[in-house]
Design a protein around this ligand. Structure first.
Ligand code: UTP
Length: 480
C-alpha cells in the first residue's frame, strides 16, 4: 500500500502545480474532466500536459497566427545559381563534372538518404502510413518498397552502405516499424535503416486555447516536415551519420514515387559548389501552378509560397516569354550535415511555426466527440525550407519533369495514384527507348526492379526484355 499512497501523493502534487501553471496561461480547461478520469487517464493527461512548454508554445503560436493574418510579401528577385538541364541551356560539362563528383562521394561512403514520412495523408485518405500505399504500377509494391529498391541500387553502384533515415511521427511510428519489421527492412541490412519519430505540437482554437481531443488527451499533430531538423539531432541520427563519415544527406518526401534517390549529379553539384543546401527545382510553365518557388527573398535564396506571390511576380516573363519566377520547389534537397546540426541548435529562431486553419476533432463540454465541418482552430507546423536563408550557399538543380516528381497527394484527379502510376510507366518507357530496347505494346504495363535499373544506362546493360526477366516486368492491358 505504501508506495501506492506516495505515488498518488506525487500525482496530486504535480497535478496541482501543473494545473496552476496552465491556469496562469488561461489553459486550465484541459483538466475539465479530471474528476471523472481513472488513474491511468489522469497519468496520461498529466504527463502530456507537463511535457508542453507553454512559455515557448504560446508566443510562437501567437506570432504564427499574426503572420498568417498579415503576411508580408518578401522583396523578390529571380533565382540565381541554378544548374539548368542541358536541353534548357545548362552546361553539359557542369552536369558531367557533377555526376563524377557525386559518384566519388557515394563510393567514399559520404552519402545518406532521408525520407520524411510523418504526415497523416489526410487528402489521400489511406488507412496507415502513406509509405505503405501500393504504387506498383503492375505489382502491389508499396512506396517504401520502391524507395528501398532504389537505395539497394545505390548501394550496389557505390559498393558501400547507404543508410536510410526514415522519419515517422507519433501518428505513423508504430505502424511504420511494424511494416519495416514484417518486410525485413525491404532487403536492406537492419543496421542501415534508422527509424526515428518527429515531435508533435498542440493546436489552438480561434481563442488561443488548447483543444481536448479526448477527456484525457490534448490534441496534438506532427510538427511539420521542418520537425525533421530537430528530430535528426534529438534522435541521434546526426551522430550516427558522423560516426559513419556521412556529411551529405539526400532528403525527399515519402509520397513521391519518382524521387531521384540515385541522383549522383545532384549531390555532386552540391559538393562542387560548396553549398550547405541544394534544392531540386521544376520548371513552372503555368503561372497558376500551386508550387512554392525558389527565389531570392529579401536578398537570400529561399522559398516563397504560392499564396505569397503577387500577380506582378506570378505572371512576370522575360524577353523570350518565359516565366521569370519559374523554379518550383519539389521538396527534394541535399543538406550538409553540419548545417543541419547548426539549424537544430537554433531551431526556435530559424524554424518558426506556421499556422493553418483546420478542422480539429475535439470533445465538447459534456465530453462528447465532435468532428467539425468547418475549421475550428490552427494547427502549427515547421517547414524544412525555412532553414534555407541561413545557409552560406544554396545551389539549385533543375529536375526533369515529370521524371523526378509525381507526388501522391489526393485520392483522385491531380497528384493522385493514377497520375503517379501513369508517370512511372512513362518514365520507364522513356528509359527503355533511350537504352535501345524494344518497347512493350502501348496497352502493356511495365514495371522495373529499381535496384537493378534506375536509368537508361542500366537499362542498356540488357539486350532485350526477355534477357531482363523479372527486372523488367510487363503485363498486357495493365497500363495505369
Ligand atoms: P504534406 O504536406 O503533403 O502532408 O506532406 P501529408 O501528411 O502527406 O498529407 P495531407 O496534407 O495530410 O493530405 C509532405 C511530406 O512531408 C511529410 C509527409 O509525410 C510527406 O512526405 N510530413 C509532413 C512529415 O513527415 N511530417 C509532417 O509533420 C508533415
Amino acid at each position: 500500500m505504501g508506495p501506492r499512497v506516495s505515488e498518488a501523493l506525487v500525482t496530486a502534487t504535480s497535478f496541482e502545480t501543473t494545473r496552476d501553471h496552465f491556469a496562469a496561461h488561461d489553459q486550465e480547461h484541459v483538466f475539465r474532466f479530471w474528476d471523472e478520469l481513472d488513474a491511468a487517464g489522469r497519468d496520461r493527461l498529466l504527463a502530456q500536459a507537463a511535457a508542453i512548454d507553454l512559455e515557448r508554445l504560446l508566443p510562437a503560436a501567437r506570432t504564427a497566427i499574426d503572420t498568417l493574418r498579415e503576411a508580408k510579401a518578401p522583396e523578390l528577385a529571380p533565382p540565381d545559381d541554378v544548374l539548368e538541364l542541358p536541353e534548357h541551356g545548362g552546361d553539359p560539362g557542369g552536369w558531367k563534372a557533377a555526376t563524377e563528383r557525386g559518384r566519388e562521394l557515394l563510393a567514399a561512403g559520404r552519402v545518406g538518404v532521408m525520407v520524411v514520412a510523418g504526415g497523416q495523408g489526410t487528402r489521400l485518405g489511406f488507412e496507415g502510413p502513406k509509405g505503405a500505399f501500393p504504387v506498383g504500377p503492375l505489382s502491389s509494391r508499396t512506396l517504401f518498397a520502391l524507395q528501398a529498391e532504389k537505395i539497394r541500387g545505390l548501394r550496389r553502384r557505390g559498393g558501400v552502405a547507404v543508410p536510410w533515415y526514415v522519419m515517422t511521427s507519433p501518428a505513423t511510428d508504430a505502424a511504420t516499424r511494424e511494416i519495416f519489421a514484417r518486410e525485413k527492412q525491404f532487403g536492406l541490412p537492419e543496421s542501415d535503416v534508422f527509424l526515428f519519430s518527429q515531435d508533435t505540437t498542440p493546436a489552438l482554437d480561434f481563442e488561443g486555447r488548447l483543444l481536448l481531443e479526448q477527456r484525457d488527451r490534448i490534441f496534438e499533430s506532427p510538427n511539420g516536415h521542418g520537425g525533421a531538423i530537430t528530430a535528426l539531432a534529438a534522435s541521434g541520427a546526426l551522430d550516427d551519420m558522423e560516426r559513419r563519415g556521412i556529411d551529405t544527406l539526400f532528403y525527399y518526401q515519402v509520397d513521391n514515387p519518382l524521387a531521384p534517390i540515385g541522383d549522383a549529379a545532384f549531390w555532386g553539384h552540391h559538393d562542387r559548389t560548396g553549398a550547405e543546401v541544394s534544392c531540386k527545382v521544376g520548371r513552372k510553365t503555368d503561372p497558376m501552378a500551386k508550387w512554392g518557388l525558389l527565389a531570392r527573398c529579401d536578398g537570400r535564396t529561399g522559398v516563397v509560397e504560392y499564396t505569397e506571390i503577387s500577380d506582378e511576380h506570378r505572371y512576370a516573363t522575360d524577353a523570350a516569354g518565359e516565366l521569370v519566377y519559374w523554379a518550383g520547389n519539389l521538396a527534394i534537397h541535399v543538406f550538409a550535415t553540419d548545417f543541419l546540426r547548426r539549424m537544430a541548435a537554433d531551431a526556435d529562431a530559424r524554424l518558426p511555426y506556421h499556422a493553418s486553419a483546420k478542422k480539429i476533432p475535439y470533445v465538447d463540454r459534456q465530453g462528447h466527440p465532435v468532428a467539425p465541418s468547418e475549421p475550428n482552430g490552427y494547427k502549427l507546423e515547421r517547414f524544412v525550407f525555412d532553414a534555407l536563408p541561413a545557409a552560406n550557399r544554396v545551389s539549385l538543380v533543375e529536375a526533369r519533369l515529370p521524371d523526378e516528381f509525381s507526388p501522391i497527394k489526393n485520392a483522385e484527379g491531380v497528384e493522385s495514384p493514377e497520375t503517379a502510376r501513369r508517370d512511372l510507366q512513362a518514365v520507364t518507357r522513356r528509359w527503355l527507348t533511350e537504352a535501345g530496347l524494344e518497347l512493350p505494346a502501348p496497352d502493356c504495363g511495365v514495371e522495373l526492379d529499381h535496384s537493378r535499373i534506375d536509368g537508361p544506362e542500366e537499362a542498356a546493360s540488357f539486350r532485350s526484355l526477355t534477357e531482363a526477366g523479372d527486372v523488367i516486368r510487363t503485363a498486357p492491358g495493365a497500363t495505369a
